[in-house]
Design a protein around this ligand. Structure first.
Ligand code: ATP
Ligand code: ATP
Ligand code: MG
Ligand code: MG
Ligand code: MG
Ligand code: MG
Length: 269
């Protein structure tokens, strides 16, 4: 019978290993697009930053936050997004593989599901995928430093890419010449090239590109009018206010303390 079969074969379950995340730590899941160098070329992303693609990344991250439990903040740039689960989360018994695969598959399916909203008639040529990893951070300082590290990466790459593509698109250099020109240059040199040769002040470039995207939950009072009818009264319009939690996007500095002082409810003690 099937009962016999179950008892005979069930021992294989014991081959599963325990991947429970340590208590009290923030659980960070970072996703990164697989081979997006190729993906961006095949889908003709504008360089250095395709806003359709950035919008689609954010939309997908938004879906992850709404569909999964306990994510308190997410940060994304380029083809990557990091999701932070609250310290006290017990979702899926804190099993790393469950959390990571749910984030990765919810994100990937959303990326495909919402593609048309951002790329219109331009077809998605093949199914994209994202790798995932789990990292645990025990202190608020470690977690802030993790997010600072990703935002610093965004800054370094965006400054480089902005100068590189300006040299190509406005300066008439080939990609090889632009690469050569930038070899060994420091941030100050790159700012100087932009400013003196192209009258571009890097600080005035879009915050979305310079700072990436931070998603957090915000409480908003939402007022809706409802038609109500009480016994022996005329039907009338009544406004009902309730507090709703929704995902809000920021393109601001998260390295300094200001952001954290303005949003003290994100991190726990
Ligand atoms: P891997 O599979 O190892 O991650 P990859 O090709 O995805 O390989 P990354 O280091 O993740 O390598 O780099 C992502 C690439 O996608 C970079 O070339 C980056 O410029 C490009 N890219 C990502 N998002 C955008 C965007 N919104 N607009 C233009 N280019 C983008
Ligand atoms: P969990 O998130 O814990 O996996 P679940 O609802 O997905 O919850 P499963 O044990 O995975 O629970 O069960 C999958 C359910 O989907 C079952 O009820 C199964 O009968 C149903 N199901 C899956 N595939 C089919 C199918 N092809 N046709 C009809 N029902 C299906
Ligand atoms: Mg990579
Ligand atoms: Mg990648
Ligand atoms: Mg990447
Ligand atoms: Mg199932």
């Amino acid at each position: 019978s099937s009962n016999m079969a179950k008892s005979k074969f069930e021992y294989v379950r014991n081959f599963e290993t325990d991947d429970t995340c340590l208590k009290n730590c923030y659980i960070v899941v970072r996703l990164d697009g697989r081979n997006f160098h190729r993906f961006t070329e095949q889908h003709k992303f504008t360089k250095p930053n395709d806003n359709r693609a950035l919008g689609l990344m954010s939309r997908s991250a938004h879906s992850v936050m709404e569909e999964l439990e306990d994510i308190v903040i997410a940060y994304g740039q380029s083809d990557e997004f990091s999701f932070v689960f609250k310290r006290t989360s017990t979702w899926f018994k804190r099993r790393a593989s469950k959390l990571m695969t749910h984030v990765a598959s919810q994100f990937s399916s959303s990326y495909v599901f919402y593609w048309k909203e951002f790329f219109g008639d331009q077809p998605l040529l093949y199914p994209p995928s994202f790798d995932g990893r789990v990292v645990l951070y025990p202190t608020n300082r470690n977690l802030k430093d993790y997010l600072s590290w990703r935002q610093a990466d965004c800054h370094v790459n965006n400054l480089y890419n902005t100068v590189f593509w300006t040299l190509v698109q406005k300066g008439g250099l080939t990609t090889a010449q632009a690469e050569d020109r930038l070899k060994g240059t420091l941030a100050a040199d790159k700012n100087e090239i932009l400013f003196s040769e192209f009258e571009i002040n890097y600080n005035n470039e879009s915050a979305l590109h310079r700072k990436g995207t931070t998603l957090i939950w915000e409480k908003r009072d939402e007022t809706v009018t409802k038609r109500m009818k009480r016994p022996n009264e005329e039907e009338k319009e009544v406004s009902v206010t309730r507090s709703r939690k929704r995902v809000q996007a920021y393109h601001c500095d998260i390295i300094g303390e200001q952001f954290w002082e303005e949003h003290t409810d994100i991190l726990e003690d």
